[in-house]
Design a protein around this ligand. Structure first.
Ligand SMILES: Nc1ncnc2c1ncn2[C@@H]1O[C@H](COP(=O)(O)OP(=O)(O)O)[C@@H](O)[C@H]1O
Ligand SMILES: [Mg+2]
Length: 228
């Protein structure tokens, strides 16, 4: 088990109950959708995984480590096991594609040699060959999200977390992004993707954990198994 949520509830300081007794487990190598309407609690699940928030109740383990009990000084290193992709890309506008990705490596202390070798590899992997020196403003939305994904996987995280990664993209572009996420998953990375977009989820043959008003209302784990 790479992710374990046990009876997790989260009430924000303003009294909003975002999660109510949420339990689920993810195996290494799984692809799972976290589905539900806006306000269902999807981003809260993600923030709890990253330890950006702490649950009001319950326990969370990532790679068998208690995320709740973890000390502050352990958090930066812990977060390196996860790559995160955002709806609004969050690219550095004054840096090129290569520089955006290289920056993520520098932050974790990678050397120049390693960066020179790895960055073009990842650019190729996400289908942006030849666009190394473009700035984000010179890319389409879908291409910008590919940079976001490249940056998220460049340090080889165990888990790729994507929070509404297609939220700003049209359906065709979204499909392309999904194929890329499936490829990354096939190569061994556990992927968890939050989305409210039913059309991306249906017919995907993937595990879907559905949240509504902070509760899990369905999880087709058993039905899907290792079918795909
Ligand atoms: N930092 C916060 N403070 C207070 N309430 C919040 C905060 N973040 C989220 N919420 C509330 O918690 C609920 C779940 O939000 P969220 O996890 O962002 O849902 P989703 O990502 O599914 O749209 C919503 O009612 C939202 O308004
Ligand atoms: Mg959200």
């Amino acid at each position: 088990m790479i992710v374990q949520f046990y009876n997790v509830s989260k009430t924000y300081p303003n009294g909003v109950k975002a999660l109510n007794d949420v339990s689920f487990k993810l195996d290494q190598g799984e692809f799972v959708f976290l589905m539900g309407p806006s306000g269902a609690g999807k981003s809260t699940v993600i923030k709890l995984m990253l330890r950006e928030e702490i649950p009001t109740r319950g326990q969370i383990f990532i790679e068998s480590r208690s995320v709740v009990r973890m000390q502050k000084k352990e958090i930066p290193f812990f977060r390196r096991s996860m790559g995160v992709v955002f709806q609004d890309f969050k690219l550095l506008e004054n840096k090129t594609v290569s520089e955006n990705i290289a920056f993520a490596m520098r932050v974790v202390g990678a050397g120049n040699q390693e960066i020179r070798q790895r960055v073009p590899q990842v650019i190729k992997m996400v289908g942006l060959d030849g666009k190394n020196d473009r700035f984000p403003s010179q890319l389409s939305g879908g291409e910008q999200q590919r940079v976001g994904i490249a940056r998220a996987i460049v340090n080889r995280p165990l888990i790729l977390i994507a929070d509404e990664p297609t939220g700003n993209l049209d359906i065709d572009t979204s499909m392309g992004i999904m194929e890329l996420l499936y490829d990354i998953n096939r190569a061994g990375t556990t992927v968890i993707m939050a989305t409210h977009a039913r059309e991306l989820v249906k017919d995907s043959y993937k595990r879907v954990i559905t949240l509504d008003q902070g509760r899990i209302i369905s999880d087709n784990e058993a039905a899907i198994g290792d079918a795909i």
